[in-house]
Design a protein around this ligand. Structure first.
Ligand code: SF4
Ligand code: SF4
Length: 456
């Protein structure tokens, strides 16, 4: 055996995949979903709410504005709850319809679709692109390739600057980008997301789904025999016979035209069975339906179906397991909505002066000192009243009890409480500071602390 024959390459060079353009009902639906996804991503930071950017993750101020609601680090639990809810929604969607998220709304799918569309626009459809790949460099190739990469960079830059626009007011960001006055970190993050978008959607494409996406790896564990999958109906299609003119009476409906393979963005042949590379984009369904129309056979040789249905078993989409998940999802959503609706956008923290347990004032009063941190976590100016729940005789000696706080503002208030030991006997006791919004009776917050009195 020669040396060459024994040499096994450890790295197999990737064959570029040039999916053929296809039209059909599922691709029209995908057009709608990817436009909605891209449109929402690009437009959301430009929306205003109460005179402020509707969605703004203001990291320096540690405030997350989501439409009318401002989240603070203390609300992290609500944000975590929201993320858990979204993850569970994805889980339920996967149990019901497999990788429908991957095929229709995943950012990787969305951006790749737009990048492929640009490629189609500048270099032509599959065959033209394959020819251009093999052709030597010429003026035509340079022009086509150059315009493709220029447009790719333009979309990637738009993506990068929009991403940073979720973290810093986008109108000033765009203006500063035009006049070259961006900050160092802004430049770094815009550059990072621009390059990441260009590489992911332009070069890596299906490799992100196949090798890098963790969701692709574990979601098949969520499938059951009634999950909707894109599948080739072998009983109807086989034995396949190439060519539109059927010669064999026994031949199946598949004419082996390979259009389902040519349109596949991950380059697989769905006729080989369910594969983890399949992102459920349904391009093969549309391609095959078009072929079936041409040869006057019923559509659906490749279709959304379930494993049970394919094997002639009864299949139920709304099965108890899924209904259980839907009920759980509904309960989780209601709980989150209730938490948001009843959320009190005020905060109070109490720090007792740890320097001394108590002190005796010049008028003989026994005093304790505190620092109250008062926060207005809403987007309106609020008039606040600070109250005290304490045993009779304990008096508010020093510190404001009324204050007006701007939206998102916080103040530290020194407060002194005390009692007259000649008038009243008092042991160390638990006390409670309350914070109320004067014009909103429901907005009340309270914090416990202690008053330390001398021992008898
Ligand atoms: S598109 Fe349909 S007919 Fe053509 S090869 Fe695929 S399954 Fe067969
Ligand atoms: S097999 Fe069909 S549904 Fe799956 S990725 Fe390829 S074209 Fe899309």
């Amino acid at each position: 055996m020669s040396d060459d024959a024994r040499r096994i390459p450890l790295y197999q060079k990737r064959e570029a995949i040039h999916p053929r353009a296809v039209s059909g009902r599922f691709q029209r639906l995908r057009d709608i979903t990817v436009w909605l996804t891209l449109g929402a991503y690009l437009l959301l930071p430009w929306l205003s709410w109460d005179g402020r950017q509707a969605i703004l993750f203001d990291l320096p101020a540690r405030q997350f504005h989501v439409f009318g609601i401002t989240f603070w680090p203390q609300d992290f639990i609500l944000l975590s709850w929201l993320l858990i809810l979204l993850a569970f929604m994805l889980f339920v969607a996967t149990v019901f319809a497999g990788r429908v998220y991957c095929g229709y709304v995943c950012p990787q799918t969305t951006w790749t679709r737009f990048f492929t569309w640009i490629e189609h626009l500048t270099e032509g459809d599959r065959n033209a692109r394959q020819r251009l790949d093999k052709a030597p460099w010429s003026r035509n190739k340079l022009l086509r390739r150059g315009s493709k990469h220029l447009l790719w960079w333009a979309l990637a830059s738009l993506t990068g600057i929009t991403f940073v626009g979720y973290f810093t007011p986008i109108d000033s960001l765009v203006w500063r980008a035009f006049v070259w006055q961006l900050g160092q970190w802004e430049i770094i993050w815009i550059a990072f997301f621009t390059v990441a978008t260009y590489l992911n959607a332009g070069w890596l494409r299906e490799q992100v789904c196949i090798y890098m996406c963790p969701y692709a790896r574990f979601q098949s564990a969520m499938f059951d025999r009634d999950t909707l999958i894109v599948s080739y109906d072998e009983s109807r299609g086989e034995p396949r016979e190439r060519g539109k003119r059927r010669r064999d009476e026994q031949a199946g409906d598949c004419i082996d035209c390979e259009l389902c393979v040519q349109v596949c963005p991950t380059g697989i042949d769905i006729r080989d069975g369910l594969q983890y590379e399949c992102i459920t984009c349904a391009a093969c369904i549309d391609a095959c339906d078009n072929v079936m129309d041409q040869i006057s056979r019923p559509r659906g040789l490749i279709r959304y179906t379930t494993e049970n249905a394919l094997q002639g078993q009864p299949s139920r989409l709304l099965r108890p397991r899924l209904l259980g998940y839907l009920v759980l999802l509904g309960v989780m959503t209601l709980l989150l909505a209730a938490s948001l609706a009843t959320r009190v956008p005020l905060g109070i923290d109490v720090i007792r002066d740890r320097g001394q347990l108590y002190r005796m004032a010049s008028d003989g009063f026994i005093e304790n000192s505190y620092q109250l941190r008062i926060m207005n976590r809403s987007q309106q100016t609020r008039t606040l009243v600070i109250g005290l729940d304490a045993p009779a005789g304990l008096q508010w000696r020093y510190g404001e009890q009324h204050l007006v706080l701007e939206p998102g503002a916080s103040r530290i208030l020194p407060v002194t409480l005390g009692y007259d030991p000649y008038q009243q006997h008092l042991n160390s006791t638990a006390i409670r500071f309350t914070l109320e919004d004067e014009s909103h009776a429901r907005y009340v917050r309270a914090r416990e602390s202690r008053f330390i009195a001398p021992r008898d």
